[in-house]
Design a protein around this ligand. Structure first.
Ligand code: FAD
Length: 298
């Protein structure tokens, strides 16, 4: 007697260009794109995912580097964390380089990509608060050579989604030529996922401070009022001197309270306390935000 075990058909294609990859996804609608495979293969190994076919993005050279365009950098989605952590990239976008250097152990940073970090969109992914603070935009490739642009924050908030068969091709990031900081708190020493992270960028041309807090909510949080308040205190023309330490400290508290607010008072006016673990997280965010601003202004 012959038995036939049911087996999923496995196919893998390795296109050489972004448009070929999109065409491969159209031809194989059940296929899943894979870049570095650090997230995807972990899911496969855990038995959570069994893709019928794979479209590998690793041979697409056009998305493995970056180019300059109208005061922006157009970053290929295939840039690895290791590449973004190097000094030449750090001179360009320091906060993204710092986040890349913090993104897991070396073997993960060597394979894991910017596009994979965005598409998998885990709250603890380190590039996400940086891209939120930079107000970066995705260039999404679709069938027939189509390209459309979507703010990263829209994708992370679920306001706009990747459509079936589309790929993240590039990430458009403004070049601000000013200090930027990324800081991450973890539960242990050595490479680990963030319990909280803060990205802070200065934008002298717009006299703006932009800050995003990662890992504490499903998507990075922007404390807009705290940003505007501190931007109004900064001496952008170099006439008034440095920000006083009390203001830097108050910014940290402002950011933390905006992201982790006190509970609403009870109907009888009683103010409930946050649970100790949440209070600890709020203190962590305050410290990260204070340090990030202090370093950016030093
Ligand atoms: C042990 C370990 C530690 C880690 N630590 C960290 C950490 O500290 N910080 C951190 O940020 N991350 C961490 N990660 C997560 C991971 O390394 C990153 O999210 C990585 O950037 C994913 O990129 P990738 O190329 O490997 O994605 P893949 O695994 O190839 O893909 C991930 C998902 O994105 C999709 N995808 C990939 N590229 C594209 C594209 N161009 N367009 C559309 N969809 C796409 C895939 O279909 C898949 O659904 C860790 C992972 C592991 C296994």
């Amino acid at each position: 007697m012959t038995t036939h075990a049911p087996q999923a058909t496995q196919a893998a294609v390795l296109p050489g260009s972004l448009d070929e990859a999109v065409a491969a996804l159209a031809a194989l609608p059940a296929a899943v794109p894979v870049a570095g495979g650090t997230d995807l293969m972990a899911q496969v190994n855990a038995g959570q995912l069994r893709p019928a076919a794979l479209v590998g993005l690793g041979r697409i050279s056009e998305i493995r580097g970056w180019q300059y365009q109208d005061g922006h950098a157009l970053l290929g989605a295939g840039l690895t964390h290791a590449r973004m952590g190097r000094p030449d990239f750090a001179a360009l976008i320091p906060a993204l380089a710092a986040a890349s250097r913090a993104a897991g152990p070396p073997q993960i940073r060597n394979a894991g990509t910017l596009g994979g970090n965005i598409a998998s969109a885990a709250p603890t992914n380190d590039s996400l608060p940086v891209l939120a603070a930079l107000e970066a935009t995705l260039v999404i490739a679709g069938p027939g050579g189509a390209r459309r642009e979507v703010p990263v924050s829209h994708l992370l908030a679920g306001m706009e989604m990747l459509r079936p068969g589309e790929l993240i091709g590039f990430v458009r990031v403004p070049l601000l030529h000013a200090p930027q900081v990324f800081l991450k708190a973890t539960g242990r020493t050595g490479p680990a996922r963030a319990t909280a992270s803060v990205a802070l960028v200065l934008d002298p041309a717009r006299r703006g401070v932009r800050c995003a807090v990662g890992a504490i909510a499903p998507m990075p949080l922007r404390p807009l009022e705290a940003e505007q308040w501190v931007a109004s205190l900064i001496d952008w023309d170099g006439e008034r001197g440095a920000l006083v330490p009390e203001a830097v400290q108050a910014f940290g508290e402002y950011v933390a309270a905006a992201c982790i607010p006190d509970p609403e008072p009870e109907a009888d006016g009683t103010q409930q306390q946050l649970p100790p673990a949440v209070l600890h997280l709020r203190r962590t965010v305050a410290v990260l935000a204070r340090r990030a601003l202090g370093r950016a202004l030093s």
